[in-house]
Design a binder for this molecule. Sequence first.
Ligand code: FES
Length: 207
Amino acid sequence: MSMWSQETQNRAKEIISRYPEKRSAVMPLLYLAMAEEGHLTDEGMEEVADWVDLTPAQVRSVASFYTMYKRERTGQYLVSCCTSISCMLLGGDDVLHAIEDESGVPHGETDAEGLLSVEHVECIGACGGAVAVQVNYELIEGVTPEKARELVRWLKKARPESVNTDEMQELFGGVKSFDWGIKEEDAAVGPYPAFQPLGTIKSAGDS
Ligand code: FES
């Protein structure tokens, strides 16, 4: 019997139906398991294994390979700062330290309230807009230490229900890699990638 809510089970069925092989759904279902419990537990991985007809060891081997599958409880806002070469050359370490200092949360940790988690990450594909920071995987480019502090203060004070890349870029960003010219309406509702099938997205018009 499933430990997941009926809504999560319905999502799992819908996601699995998109693939010719059940096992191909292992990665989105790992995100579902995270969203269901707030982080990835042994029980959550066993549940995924049941759904996709893999062994728990096979599921664990996938989950342990990718850093975006969090084995420990993550705050409402996951702040990720890139410290790879392009960002490092333009002050990525200073931005990370500003985030740590303003939040009081060292990288790899979550505050006691469960509001903020901080991490440094390898290149997130926005090298032309270094220094790159993400909140719940929503990107902000051209971030300075001062703007990073403002970002942390905003998250703590405003506690937005969802975070949107364009809004945060406007408030806390600087030079971008390039401008898509299309406004991004969708927003992330938790420390997971914002994907429609996972229910981790807030779209324009959602109440
Ligand atoms: S090095 Fe930071 S986004 Fe590529």
